[in-house]
Design a protein around this ligand. Structure first.
Ligand code: ZN
Length: 360
């Protein structure tokens, strides 16, 4: 992109001054929120101005990419966090459909994640269907990986449940509790009851709970990825990651660090990266609910400030109300290019870092 790229960086760096905010206010633009404070209104003006700066100025800066370049960036890409498949609620696609879509798009591998049952146990059937499809259409099948999510349905922090998954081909991930995490219950449902909701560290000492230490030993012995769930960075996730490292786990990941229930700041992400932890670059937030720290501008900031060598692409798609994994993956690449990411940065976060992370 050369000169265009330099120009884009300048645009992305644009700060909206308070004077410009006042000028926007003087135009009489109104927001549909009757109880808006002046500070909140300032914030909205500033965010809208940043958006239009990029939205309009980027065309003037001459951002260009072709469909063939997008194809090239997706060819051999890896999605380390794809929902969908067999759940007891409706998903957009089943495992084989998602795998077929991604095979057509030219991806190299996908990690399928389900909430309640070990996703890795769904892979033999998905693989059989995928391979039959590929034979018929003369395509090279995408590699399928899965794992187990330690929600209440598998007994929570249950080392035996993890061990029972070890024989499956493509067993790669142990995800910490997500929808059954006490933190998820608080943040998402405003449910502050202790209930059966799961903690990963002791409430008082912040030490990783003993059954989870056993899970981490299994992960270390089998070279699995330990990915966090819906927990705060500190103390919970931080203590988990430190203990995992101490016990010999080599593949560590923070899932969707821009999501409110598992949120890290850019500084936190840099700290995690220094510890060798990979951070997920999420398609879902950037494309389907691009609020401030979920949106594509923030994803580009992550690429520039945290660095693509620490980021792994995860679509997080599969919801019935959203476009498919393949559609969003393509869309996300285009958004990243349009908002100032370089092709190299995208290539590293979509191909190189995930491949190293999975050990493939
Ligand atoms: Zn997810």
């Amino acid at each position: 992109m050369g000169r265009d790229d330099a120009e884009l960086r300048k645009i992305l760096g644009t700060k909206v001054s308070q004077e410009r905010v006042e000028r926007l206010r003087s135009l009489g633009i109104k927001f549909d929120q009757p109880d808006l404070t002046r500070e909140a209104e300032d914030y909205l003006f500033r965010k809208f101005a940043e958006e239009v700066d990029i939205q309009y100025a980027r065309f003037q800066a001459g951002i260009k990419f072709t469909e063939a370049e997008v194809d090239e960036l997706l060819d051999g890409a890896i999605d380390i966090h794809a929902h969908g498949g067999s759940e007891n609620f409706e998903r957009l696609l089943l495992e084989d459909e998602l795998a077929t879509d991604y095979t057509q798009l030219g991806l190299r591998a996908v990690v399928i994640k389900t909430w309640w049952t070990p996703s890795v146990s769904h892979l033999p059937l998905a693989r059989k269907l995928l391979h039959a499809w590929c034979e018929k259409h003369g395509k090279q099948p995408i590699q399928l990986f899965g794992g187990i999510t330690l929600n209440t349905s598998v007994g929570g922090l249950n080392p035996l449940a993890v061990k029972r998954c070890l024989g499956f081909e493509g067993m790669k991930y142990i995800w910490m509790p997500m929808v059954d995490s006490y933190w998820h219950r608080r943040v998402v449902h405003d449910d502050w009851s202790e209930g059966p909701w799961l903690r990963i560290v002791d409430e008082k000492t912040h030490k990783v709970l003993p059954p989870l230490q056993e899970v981490l030993r299994v992960a270390a012995a089998n070279d699995l990825v330990v990915a966090c769930g819906h927990y705060p960075w500190k103390p919970d996730a931080y203590e988990l990651m430190a203990e995992a490292k101490r016990l010999g786990v080599r593949r560590l990941e923070m899932v969707h660090p821009t999501h409110i229930h598992s949120k890290l700041t850019i500084e936190d992400m840099k700290e995690a990266a220094r510890e060798g932890i990979k951070l997920m670059l999420m398609g879902l937030g950037s494309c389907t609910y691009p609020f401030h720290e979920n949106g594509p501008i923030y994803s580009v900031r992550m690429l520039k400030e945290v660095g693509p060598q620490h980021l792994v692409y995860g679509s997080d798609l599969g919801q019935i109300h959203n476009p498919s994994h393949a559609v969003v993956s393509r869309w996300f690449v285009k958004l990243l290019l349009a908002y100032g990411a370089t092709k190299d940065e995208i290539r590293i976060a979509f191909k190189d870092t995930p491949a190293k992370h999975l050990g493939i």
